[in-house]
Design a protein around this ligand. Structure first.
Ligand SMILES: [Zn+2]
Length: 188
C-alpha cells in the first residue's frame, strides 16, 4: 500500500524526542533529532521507540524502520527559564504588538530607551509593530503617551510552552500528534 513515508528521504524523518514522562523534551525549538542520532540512541539503549516511520534504513546486517517518536529512559529536568532570543520574546508576547495588539510588521522596542540607560533584557524589551515603534521613538511609554498591554517579564519555560501551543511548527508527522497538545487542534 502506498504511504508517503515510504519514499520520504531519511533526512526528512526526524524523531520527536520525549522526556521520560512522555512530554516533549522541549517545545521551543521542538525537540527533534536526525534519524542517525535517534537510531544511535536506540542502540545505546538510551531511548524507547514509541512510534516509527514506514521508511526503512538498511545496513548489511540490519533493516529498521526509522523511529518517529522516541522517549528518553532517563528523565531530564527541563531548565526553568528559557533563553532570551528573538523568537522566545515574540512568543512571550504572543506575536502581538504590546502597544496596539497588531500582529503585523513586528519589531522590538526598548521600553526605557537605550539612550536613557535602558538595557536589552526580558524586562525592558517588548514586541512592537513598526508604526508603534516609530511613533514612540526614543521616548519612554509615558513620554510618548503610550501604554503597554502587559508588563515585560522574564517568562518561565512553562509560560512559553503554554503560549506556544497556539503556534505549532510547520511540519508535524502524524505520529507526533498524540504527544503535542496544541490548542489549535483542540479547537479545530
Ligand atoms: Zn503597534
Amino acid at each position: 500500500m502506498y504511504h508517503p513515508d515510504r519514499i520520504r528521504h531519511p533526512d526528512s524523518c526526524p524523531a520527536l524526542v520525549l522526556n521520560a514522562d512522555y512530554t516533549p523534551l522541549s517545545y521551543y525549538p521542538l525537540s527533534l533529532w536526525p534519524w542517525q542520532t535517534a537510531i544511535k540512541a536506540v542502540f545505546l539503549d538510551r531511548v524507547d521507540i514509541v512510534a516509527s516511520y514506514e521508511r526503512e534504513v538498511h545496513s548489511p546486517s540490519l533493516r529498521m524502520q526509522i523511529p518517529s517518536v522516541i522517549a528518553l529512559k532517563q528523565y531530564v529536568r527541563p531548565s526553568e527559564y528559557p533563553a532570551f532570543t528573538r523568537f522566545n520574546l515574540f512568543l512571550r508576547d504572543r506575536f502581538m504588538c504590546q502597544y496596539c495588539g497588531s500582529a503585523h510588521d513586528l519589531t522590538f522596542d526598548h521600553v526605557v530607551p537605550r539612550r536613557a540607560g535602558g538595557r536589552t533584557t526580558w524586562e525592558n524589551v517588548a514586541t512592537a509593530c513598526s508604526p508603534c515603534n516609530l511613533r514612540k521613538g526614543g521616548r519612554t511609554p509615558r513620554e510618548a503617551g503610550m501604554r503597554l498591554l502587559t508588563m515585560p517579564i522574564r517568562p518561565t519555560s512553562w509560560q512559553l510552552q503554554d503560549h506556544g501551543r497556539a503556534f505549532p511548527p510547520n511540519y508535524l508527522h502524524e505520529s507526533w500528534h498524540d504527544w503535542l497538545y496544541w490548542d489549535v487542534e483542540l479547537l479545530a
